[in-house]
Design a binder for this molecule. Structure first.
Ligand code: M6R
Length: 612
């Protein structure tokens, strides 16, 4: 949460930082702010509560000569300490106004730090933990900003990314990190610091991850990275191959709509090149020997929100194909129940951002217990990927909308690949079976595109039901995790009460919620359980539900009981989530838009949840 940009170069810092912030706004949009060191040697700070548009408006009204520098920092905030007001917006400054600080994270000892500062005579103007850092740097500053930042890092408990400037140090931006992401962008005569690479890929593709407890000094002509003791440290650069256009709306009204449409291409990337001519899946990323895979006794999957739902699908696939017991855990609960793990356990940690604090802590806990941890992530070099034993990248491209769509889709493809690989190596599926299942998976991009082409009636239906305050989603088998996902999408986008339930469970209580006209989405692709779902649909319809049924082409068993029928192409039932997911994404997006809501930036949320 919170997006940070720092820039030193020869371009107008205002433009570079604002463009970077607009790429990072998905990380938080409670307030935004910028500090620029002007050509005249002043530090100008402008900040506003609310979305970046409010800051833009304020900047439009600010004299241009006070914003004309080539060095600047910026921040977009997801509020933790203090309300989302102008006063609490970053950057925060010290008593002299010479030092400006932006911060992502939370400082656990902030009360103690603030009390100490006030006792020593500092006047703190905000309710934030961040402001304390500006004043602490003020106390330690003796002409070397990086040295002061290093010292102050030693005083901080908790997690932080800090990016700092000092009025008297032209062309220097200092960054530091603990537990949260910070990436360096290495340009030609210009350098960048940012929460993620999307902020600078329009300028440079060369990047380097700032590691734990490192401090970076960014200058126009180079960067220096040290540990907290000030000793220089090396690090590898990597090339970012994301397309800049992928981080733009490309004519779509919302990123989410674009990302829904990108799903066929995204899955092609995930699945592409995975099957060798010998019928073996190329899954070297797992980095486990065949012997270790054969010695596994269990798999534990951890994730949060939508990725937890992908994990639930993984359970069905891995248990069916690889005959290994699978537990799926919400990451924030995982380590607190003292899980039984050992070196024969494979932990699969799923995270689009690779920065979710709950999942990161689950990874650390699993590794302490000697389990083998595989990260499934969309973000190269993310904390979860780096801290795991191995990383499988989903290659979905940047996902900007807060509501996850193509990332979930590619996670599904990834966990199917992992399941098939485990099954093959463990001898539960032979070459022909693996080839056949892989062929089914490789066919899904065309099928997803087919479903996308059928969505007009779903949009119309969404607009018709958009006044309802309760919607239910039912599914069985792999349809159940998708019911949870459908409900989560509608909750986060449209702010309605949406429940995802196993269809067989509804008669044990939730059926009491059904009133005349309650929309109920039933995920019912062709499956051995379809006959049972037919019964469930009849039960709810008899109580007045408006039934919206997702069914397979050619399966007419549900048609008589459906008020609205959404068809998907025929697909093996285990892979059906990759198709049933699409109508629910479209339905929730259109439902929310019909209510006049911003589907890219739903209220109270941030895309990357880096607090526990
Ligand atoms: O980056 P991650 O995949 O770890 O994020 C996990 C959840 O925060 C995320 O899936 C969240 O539930 C989405 N907003 C759902 O659309």
């Amino acid at each position: 949460m919170c997006g940070i940009v720092g820039y030193v170069g020869d371009k107008p810092a205002l433009d570079v930082v604002m463009a970077g912030l607009s790429r990072l706004e998905y990380r938080g949009y409670d307030s935004a702010g910028i500090a620029v060191r002007t050509a005249a040697g002043e530090l100008t700070v402008v900040r506003r509560a609310g979305k970046l548009a409010n800051l833009r408006e304020a900047l439009d009204g600010t004299p241009s000569e006070t914003l004309d520098g080539t060095m600047g920092i910026g921040h977009t905030r997801w509020a933790t300490h203090g309300a989302p007001t102008d006063r609490n917006a970053h950057p925060h400054v010290d008593c002299t106004g010479a030092i400006a600080v932006v911060h992502n994270g939370t400082l656990e000892n902030f009360t103690e730090l603030r009390d100490g500062l006030e006792h020593r005579g500092h006047a703190l103007a905000s309710e934030t933990d961040t402001e304390a850092v500006a004043h602490l740097i003020e106390e330690r500053y003796a002409g070397d900003l990086a040295a002061a930042v290093r010292e102050v890092c030693g005083d901080l408990d908790g997690s932080f990314v800090l990016v700092v400037t000092h009025r008297d140090e032209p062309d220097v931006v200092v960054g530091a990190r603990r537990n949260l992401p910070l990436v360096l962008g290495l340009g030609d005569g210009e350098n960048f610091l940012a929460s993620d690479v999307t902020a600078f890929i329009a300028h440079t593709r060369s990047a380097r991850v700032v590691e734990q407890d490192q401090v970076v000094t960014l200058r126009r002509d180079g960067v220096t990275v040290t540990d907290l003791a000030g000793s220089p440290v090396d690090g590898a650069t990597f090339y970012v191959d994301w397309d800049t256009a992928a981080a733009e709306k490309a004519g779509y009204e919302y990123f989410m709509l674009k990302e829904i449409d990108e799903q066929p291409a995204a899955v092609r990337e995930t699945v592409g090149g995975r099957l060798g001519p010998d019928g073996r899946l190329t899954l070297d990323e797992l980095a486990m020997s065949d012997e270790d895979i054969q010695g596994l006794t269990q798999v534990v999957v951890v994730g949060c929100g939508s990725t937890y739902h992908s994990g639930l699908v993984a359970k069905y696939a891995i248990e069916r194909w690889a005959r290994l017991p699978v537990q799926v855990e919400i990451a924030s609960e995982f380590r607190y129940r003292d899980p039984v793990l050992d070196r024969h356990t494979l932990v699969v940690a799923i995270s689009q951002s690779g920065e979710t604090a709950d999942t990161l802590e689950a990874v650390r806990h699993a590794r302490r217990l000697r389990a083998w941890v595989l990260a499934v992530s969309n973000t190269v070099g993310s904390s979860i990927a780096r801290e795991s034993d191995a990383a499988f990248y989903t290659r979905g491209g940047p996902e900007v909308a807060v509501a996850s769509t193509k990332a979930v889709m590619t996670q599904l493809a990834a966990v199917y690949l992992v399941g098939l690989h485990l099954a093959h190596v463990r001898g539960f599926r032979d070459d022909d079976e693996v080839r056949s299942h892989f062929g089914d998976l490789a066919a899904t991009p065309a099928q997803i595109a087919d479903v996308l082409g059928r969505m007009d009636p779903v949009r119309k239906l969404a607009r018709e039901i958009a006044s309802h305050e309760r919607v239910m989603f039912l599914g069985r088998h792999v349809g159940y995790p998708m019911a949870l996902e459908g409900a989560l999408k509608l909750k986060e986008l449209a702010y309605v009460s949406a429940e995802g339930l196993p269809a067989g469970e509804i008669k044990h209580g939730p059926i009491a919620l059904i009133e005349k006209g309650t929309p109920v989405v039933v995920i019912a692709p062709r499956h051995a359980l379809t006959a049972k779902i037919v019964t469930n649909v009849q039960e709810i319809r008899a109580r007045g539900a408006r039934t919206i049924v997702i069914a397979t082409d050619g399966d007419d068993s549900l048609a008589p009981h459906a008020d609205h029928l959404i068809r998907i192409p025929d697909i093996k039932s285990l892979l059906s989530p990759m198709l049933t997911l699409v109508p629910m994404q479209v339905l929730s997006a259109e439902f929310a838009m019909a209510r006049g809501l911003d589907i890219d930036q739903p209220r109270n949320l941030a895309k990357s949840v880096t607090v526990e």
